[in-house]
Design a protein around this ligand. Structure first.
Ligand code: GLU
Length: 508
């Protein structure tokens, strides 16, 4: 087993957008593949045509690319084990369904959905749950109860059927899960799952196992919600004679709601005010757009770092990991067993960290489109200076605007509280003389402005606060912002003086 090349797969069903939980599965598969110099495969499990959503596959691929989790093989990525969409592998599965029937591991079942519904309702009335399986398959309409000729006749006449796996009686199925250790299931607790349908489509279970085998998957890393399917999958490997080469399984803990109770659902984001999707998703039925990490301004590296720490622990205090560091440190054994509570605040914390790490010039480039959107033109030099000054207060690129819009737009209103507190009767006169002073400054730099200002103030014997506070009000509209002289420098001489004059005129 250890000398085999590691091959893992991310196998989403295209039923809608990926959410945090799905992407985390992709990430752990990717990290494990890269750590072991193996292959990361994308397989689209689109056998359930009723739940198929056309836009979903493209969304999945774009999301993986945004996160930097580019598959080595998959639809549109090439590879020697394709096709990688199960709907395009339809013909492959029939052969295995037939083999299972021939070997006595599966059987045809002709019970109509109406009949099964009726049995379900009857069971409910008796406070029981109907399950097609060991207890009752001997009384139902299937190839275990019908003669060979009857079965043949039904199939030939086009009667619809499903193929069910024949769960062996009272057998313990034990498997060692990498995360959970040894897990044992007794087959008496399990029903006879449908593995193939008369339309020619397999169900998830058969397609998943057949493909994992044919695609030479060595480790199956997936969410805990699939743990109940494990005994069936193990038995399918046994039934198909592939037990020796079956992959190892690792079932990851659930991602829980921020409150810690219940699985994080796709609807939680819009309900709870944080994104659960990597990219914007427009619901094809309602046209409603759900918010997303990308559009909310998260950096992919922050998003990935946050996801990695959700259910995996490096075993040290280290919280910041680049993708390369994650690859180096990752191991399936360090996946935590308990469900991991999603914390939207931690996601912001990560973004802030990566934001602060970025060079000012890169942040300035990222910020430019926001100005263009607002039809504001500004020099690159000024944008860079603004970023340098206010970066520390920001978590997102959009915060540069929130925190520093006054650098680009003169205030149109003035904070009432500050006006009340700072604006005195003689303030206009004093500010007017400051405007005159500023006119006379030739070298417009924060230091030079400060120097002239200080000697002027000393000469006049005015208290600094008496002038600086109303001056700040004129320039930024409130009691906010970095060093006042730096603000003056960035605004430029003309704009600074014009804002002082404006303030004098408008503030009463
Ligand atoms: N198609 C399944 C899903 O959507 C894959 C589960 C597995 O990885 O086996 O999650």
């Amino acid at each position: 087993m250890s000398d085999k090349k590691v091959r893992v797969r991310f196998a989403p069903s295209p039923t809608g957008p990926l959410h945090i939980g799905g992407l985390r599965t992709a990430l752990f598969n990717y990290l494990f593949a890269k750590k072991n110099e193996g292959d990361f495969i994308l397989r689209i499990e689109d056998t359930d045509q009723n739940r198929y959503v056309e836009e979903a596959e493209d969304y999945i691929v774009r999301s993986l690319k945004w996160c930097g989790l580019v598959p080595d093989e998959g639809p549109g990525f090439g590879g020697n084990y394709g096709p990688y969409r199960q709907s395009e592998r339809k013909d492959i599965y029939k052969e295995y369904a037939d083999k299972l029937i021939a070997d006595g591991w599966a059987y045809y079942s002709f019970d109509t959905p109406e009949k099964l519904d009726q049995l379900r309702t009857e069971a409910e009335q008796n406070k029981q749950v109907f399950a097609y399986g060991i207890e009752n398959r001997g009384n139902l309409n299937n190839s275990l109860t019908l003669s060979e000729n009857e079965v043949k006749a039904k199939i030939e006449s086009g009667e619809s059927f499903v193929v069910r796996f024949k769960m062996p009686e009272n057998t313990n199925v034990t498997e060692v899960d990498v995360v959970r250790g040894s897990v044992t299931f007794n087959t008496n607790q399990l029903d006879d799952k449908v593995i193939f349908k008369s339309g020619g489509m397999p169900t998830y279970h058969l397609a998943n196992v057949v493909d994992d085998h044919l695609m030479k998957i060595t480790q199956v890393i997936r969410g805990e919600e699939w743990l109940p399917s494990l005994p069936l999958h193990v038995l399918l490997y046994r039934a198909l004679g592939w037990e020796d080469t079956k992959p190892r399984f690792a079932h990851m803990p659930l991602t829980l709601k921020p409150q810690g109770k219940g699985k994080l659902s796709k609807r939680d984001g819009d309900k709870m005010g944080f994104p659960v999707f990597p990219l914007a998703w427009k619901d094809p039925k309602t046209d409603l757009i759900s918010r997303s990490y990308k559009e909310d301004g998260y950096f992919p590296e922050a998003f990935i770092n946050m996801l990695a720490m959700l259910g995996w622990s490096p075993g040290t205090e280290q919280e910041i990991f680049s993708m390369d560091e994650l690859i180096k440190s990752f191991s399936l054994e360090r996946i935590v067993k308990a469900g991991s509570r999603f914390d939207p605040e931690k996601a912001k914390w990560y973004n802030k960290h990566y934001f602060q790490q970025k060079p000012d010039s890169e942040l300035a480039e990222l910020f430019k489109p926001l100005l263009i959107e607002k039809s504001i033109s500004s020099s690159d030099e000024k944008i860079l200076k603004v970023v340098t000054e206010i970066k520390e207060r920001c978590e997102f690129v959009s915060d540069i605007w929130e925190q520093g819009n006054y650098f680009f737009e003169a205030p149109t209103s003035y904070d009432e509280k500050s006006v009340k507190k700072r604006w005195k009767e003689d303030t206009p006169k004093k500010l007017s003389s400051i405007a005159d002073l500023f006119e006379s400054i030739e070298n417009w730099s924060a230091n030079a402005i400060k120097e002239s200002f200080s000697s002027f103030m000393n000469e006049k014997e005015w208290g600094f606060g008496i002038v600086m506070n109303p001056l700040r009000l004129c320039l930024v509209g409130g009691n906010i912002g970095p060093d006042l002289f730096v603000i003056c420098e960035i605004l430029g001489k003309e704009e600074t003086i014009s804002r002082i004059k404006n303030g004098i005129e408008k503030i009463i």
